[in-house]
Design a protein around this ligand. Structure first.
Ligand code: FAD
Length: 304
């Protein structure tokens, strides 16, 4: 398994800024993530040092080139899950690889795609979950659905087979977009992928039935939401990080409360701006460097 001293989830302003600091300090740095939303043809008018405006695309390209110049490795891979490693540290699984990491910076922005179930909030914690690693155990032998259309949903459904064989994926009306490898593994595991949309839920005191938009009643004990790609919040829940509402709770040094895991940028939910993401990324990078030194995972020599 490939190893990184610092693995950064997210290639936006926060992740790239963290990478510039860690890589420049000689820390083996791997950034996983594809172009952020802002990397389009948008004029950025309020970022320090660009009086004539700069497009989001150019700003991100420049940040990526700068991180690469100091030795960071950048890969457009989607992280499906982050877990604690058996021998300490962390493991991170993507749609293409699996990595071991001594430290993690979560800089995955805010991206939760809602599944479109009208009364879903009433059943959160009463049958609706966002984290197989956290709650899968409670559904041993039960009938469950995973909501999602891509590799993230496929991975969650396959993880659930540790606990139950009665797993179905509902894409909520979207076209399935699982990669060939995941589609094959789902078929082998006997997990059906259905394109109906679950619209409302019922059951008292907990979920018993989902109702589709074409009038079917689907008996279900549990629903795991895994729409789109895994979000910062999903990683936080799997790793047991403290949350502040829909955001990761990080302190002034971007520490999450779990040694070795830091968070920065929009996923921390302060002022959702590039300048703030860049500043928090720098602090997360600095904290990761200190952690790696204190735990003896990197040497003392450092350029900063
Ligand atoms: P993001 O930029 O959202 O980056 C998140 C990164 O995480 C991406 O690389 C994404 O691919 C990655 N990621 C997410 N999930 C996964 C996963 N499962 N696996 C791997 N990678 C993952 N701010 C300003 O200050 N000025 C502006 O003019 C401005 N204009 C904007 C225009 C638009 C259209 C948008 C969308 C935003 C704009 N913003 C602006 C806000 C600004 O873009 C954000 O505050 C900033 O980008 C946050 O940076 P971030 O690194 O925290 O997150």
């Amino acid at each position: 398994m490939e190893h990184a001293q610092c693995l950064i989830i997210g290639a936006g302003p926060a992740g790239l800024s963290a990478a510039i600091y860690t890589a420049r300090a000689g820390v083996g740095t791997l950034v996983l993530g594809c172009d952020p939303k802002v990397a389009g043809d948008y004029d950025i008018d309020n970022y320090f040092g660009f009086p004539e405006t700069i497009t989001g695309k150019e700003l991100i390209e420049r940040g990526a080139a700068q991180a690469r110049r100091f030795g960071a490795s950048l890969r457009c891979e989607r992280v499906l899950g982050a877990h604690y490693g058996d021998a300490g540290g962390f493991t991170v699984k993507t749609d293409k690889n699996e990595y071991a990491a001594d430290s993690i910076v979560i800089a995955a922005g805010v991206a939760r795609v809602r599944p479109g179930i009208t009364n879903i909030a009433d059943y959160e914690g009463k049958g609706v979950s966002y984290c197989v690693s956290c709650d899968g155990f409670f559904y041993r032998g039960k009938t469950v659905a995973v909501l999602g259309e891509g590799d993230y949903a496929a991975n969650q459904a396959l993880e659930l087979t540790t606990f139950t064989q009665k797993v179905t994926i509902y894409t909520q009306g979207k076209a399935p977009s699982m990669s060939g490898e995941f589609a094959e593994r789902l078929a082998q595991a006997g997990i059906a992928v259905r394109q109906e949309t679950l619209k409302t839920l019922s059951g008292e005191p907990a979920l018993t039935t989902a109702h589709t938009n074409d009038g079917q009643d689907v008996p279900l004990d549990g629903i795991f939401v895994a729409m789109g790609q895994a979000s910062a919040l999903d990683f936080a829940k799997t790793l047991g990080l403290p949350l502040r509402g829909a955001f990761i709770d990080a302190d002034h040094d971007q520490k999450t409360g779990v040694p070795g895991i830091f968070a920065a940028g929009d996923c921390v939910g302060r002022f959702l701006q590039i300048s703030v993401a860049v500043g928090e990324g720098a602090k997360a990078g600095k904290s990761a460097i200190s952690y790696l030194k204190e735990t003896g995972k990197v040497g003392k020599a450092e350029k900063s």
